[in-house]
Design a protein around this ligand. Structure first.
Ligand SMILES: Cc1cc2nc3c(=O)[nH]c(=O)nc-3n(C[C@H](O)[C@H](O)[C@H](O)COP(=O)(O)O)c2cc1C
Length: 181
């Protein structure tokens, strides 16, 4: 029998939002292969998952079906280049509800420069940020739903890049603008 390295849960998304508290920080850490090695109490409280359901798994267990794959392509591209990533992420709760966060994801490097893993700190988004990002993600997702699945993330990132070019902004400037929204 084929062994699966990571169990992928199938949670049906429902249209119920869980709000992150103003002072709530949702933290997780992974090993160098992206397997979750730590989640904090706020993570469990907001998402409804317990440690045993997430430790050892990739974060895609909590990936919401409305999140464009292109966003995660950008995330991994930055991490592999030893840079941190900022982004708005809609995540799944254990019961299918969702929560929006403004996430910062960072490579965790030791004094010798060896990659120990990654960590992420997520907080409640600024009030206007989600209204601004949702239509862009919807366009990205729409693009991903057509044509070749393999090239879908790259094609959807192009939509984001075209939007940024129109605004004359870099991705990080856009993130900062939304955070002030
Ligand atoms: C430290 C860290 C935190 C992450 N946090 C999330 C997260 O909160 N939600 C999410 O969907 N993916 C997160 N990811 C990205 C996932 O690893 C994965 O790329 C994403 O869920 C897309 O899944 P897929 O690659 O199977 O399409 C995180 C990755 C790392 C390294």
């Amino acid at each position: 029998m084929k062994k699966r390295s990571s169990k992928r849960q199938t949670i049906e998304a429902i249209n119920r939002e869980v709000l992150v508290a103003e002072d709530g920080f949702i933290v997780s850490k992974t090993d160098a292969t992206g397997r979750i090695s730590y989640i904090n109490r706020t993570f469990m409280e907001v998402s409804g998952f317990v440690e045993s359901e997430l430790l050892g798994h990739q974060h895609n267990v909590i990936r919401h079906p409305e999140m464009p794959r292109g966003v995660f392509q950008l995330l991994w591209q930055e991490l592999k280049a030893d840079r941190e990533f900022f982004g708005y992420v809609k995540n799944l709760c254990r019961d299918g509800a969702y929560y929006w966060v403004f996430a910062n994801v960072t490579p965790d490097v030791d004094e010798q420069g060896n990659l120990r893993g990654y960590y992420s700190v997520r907080r409640k988004p600024a009030p206007g940020a989600i209204n601004a990002i949702e239509p862009i993600y919807a366009r990205m997702l729409d693009e991903e739903s057509r044509g070749d699945r393999k090239t879908a993330p790259t094609r959807s990132v192009k939509i984001l890049q075209a939007y940024l070019a129109e605004q004359n902004q870099s991705y990080i400037q856009f993130m900062q603008q939304l955070d002030a929204a």
